[in-house]
Design a protein around this ligand. Structure first.
Ligand code: F0G
Length: 437
């Protein structure tokens, strides 16, 4: 029995060949996921194999995604895989952030160490491999910036033509610059992310372009390996909580699927809880969890946040994410612009740094510990999704007291660090430095 695509809807579960170019179930419209025959290897065998591959010089083994290829067995050959050595991201203990978040200990898994600076690379190596396998020439995505940066790199590396649709004026220059540098045809559309996703789906169908948004089930498979690598790094000991930001909710879906699969295989003994954090102005998933009737997600029509990566009002993967959060006994929290900005500066003060959306994790942890949802002594891993250099404009404004929330409200720079202009004069500089000592 080969790998297949399966409808995620409980009442449907229709199966389709793994090579069918579909993004939703043709029968019921549900989300799709890749499913595999059960693995025959014992957990110890897999753990040993994966650990040994860390010593290997083979590109496939050096990838923090393909090293775990038994967990993502959708290809029939690895000949067309393009790897930029994605994954391999560190676990970084951060005592100062832990204290700020109300925890005894906190560890960040920093996906910003990826080749294009975000967790999207974990998924994109898989999406690009599937595109090559299908023999397509052009690939497309709508993006708040990181998906497009990643897709541009992987598509170009694979010899495909990347076509990118981004909300005009609403992505950071760091991310836009990457798309241009990696050679993507870049279209800035005067609409928001949710509107452009609908547009791109029409265009993909009409022009026969392969879609590499997180609705693409193979991207989700790659993002699963973030959790597999995490457990490998922790010698297969599950934390109590895994905290991540939520936008389109692809990552939440991927993490939940990975954890369930690892648990079923006997690789981990305990299922961690998932905590998803959204920005207050773009929190449709948080709103959904507040309601008793969770059969429909009510979109936020004008999402607003300076954390542009998660400025999404109508997340496509919500049915999967809902399942994963509820079945893990998890939580969803929302945080304000001020809370995100301050948490981000605290992560910076740990010598770690991240982009705004990633900092929603620490802001959320602070609220969840204060509410007693996460106990102080809990073993918590927060996933930092993007690199600090993705959005330098935000950083400069925060530290110079010029950061304005949507609507024009000036944010306080509680951890501000204003650069000082000095004359070329050793005496004056000496006086200044002695005064701040
Ligand atoms: N953090 C960062 C840095 C992101 O770029 C994104 C999503 C998220 C968190 C949210 O992840 O969508 O899986 O819930 N960025 C997408 C993009 C939407 O187009 O780059 P999610």
């Amino acid at each position: 029995m080969p790998a297949e695509l399966s409808c995620f809807e409980e009442r449907c579960r229709a199966r389709f060949p793994i090579t069918e170019v579909i993004y939703n179930c043709p029968r019921c419209g549900g989300l799709l996921e890749a499913v595999y025959p059960p693995l025959e290897e014992k957990p110890e065998t897999l753990r040993d194999l994966w650990r040994r591959r860390r010593m290997s010089n083979l590109p496939l083994d050096q990838s923090g995604v393909w090293r775990y290829r038994e967990m993502i067995a959708f290809l029939d050959t690895f000949d067309h895989v393009v790897t930029l050595r994605e994954g391999n991201t560190p676990l970084l203990p951060a005592p100062r952030a832990a204290a700020y978040g109300g925890l005894d200990h906190l560890v960040f898994k920093h996906q910003g160490f990826n080749p294009t600076g975000s967790f999207k690379d974990n998924g994109m190596t898989c999406g690009a491999a599937q595109a090559v396998r299908l023999g397509v020439r052009r690939v497309a995505c709508v993006s708040t910036g990181n998906t497009s940066a990643s897709m541009a790199a992987y598509a170009s590396a694979a010899g495909l033509q990347p076509i990118i649709f981004i909300p005009h004026g609403n992505i950071s220059y760091g991310k836009l610059a990457q798309a241009l540098e990696y050679g993507a045809k870049t279209l800035q559309v005067e609409a928001n992310f949710d509107q452009i996703l609908a547009l791109v789906r029409v265009l993909a169908e009409r022009l026969g372009i392969y879609l590499l948004n997180s609705i693409n089930p193979f991207r989700i498979e790659g993002q699963k390996t973030i959790m597999v690598e995490l457990m490998d790094q922790r010698d297969w000991n599950s934390p109590d909580w895994i905290v991540l930001p939520g936008g389109n909710l692809g990552n939440t879906s991927a993490f939940g699927k990975a954890l369930r699969e690892m648990h079923a295989l006997g690789l981990i003994a305990k299922m961690p809880r998932l905590a998803v954090i959204q920005a207050e102005g773009a929190a449709p998933f948080y709103n959904l969890l507040q309601r008793r009737d969770r059969t429909h997600l009510r979109a936020v029509h004008h999402p607003e946040t300076l954390a542009t990566a998660i400025k999404i009002g109508d997340p496509v993967s919500w049915p999967k994410a809902l399942h994963e959060v509820v079945s893990s006994g998890g939580a969803v929290e929302k945080v304000s612009e001020q809370e995100i900005a301050d948490a981000k500066a605290v992560i910076g003060l740990c010598g770690i740094g991240c982009e705004p959306a990633s900092a929603a994790t620490l802001a959320g942890i602070r609220k969840l510990t204060a509410a007693g949802v996460i106990p102080t002594g809990a073993d918590v891993v927060a996933v930092l999704t993007g690199n600090v250099l993705k959005d330098p404009d935000y950083i400069y404004r925060y530290h110079t007291g010029a950061l304005e929330a949507p609507g024009g409200h000036r944010l306080a720079s509680h951890f501000g660090n204003n650069p000082i202009v000095v004359p070329n004069d050793p005496d004056q500089i000496t006086r200044l430095l002695e005064a701040v000592n």
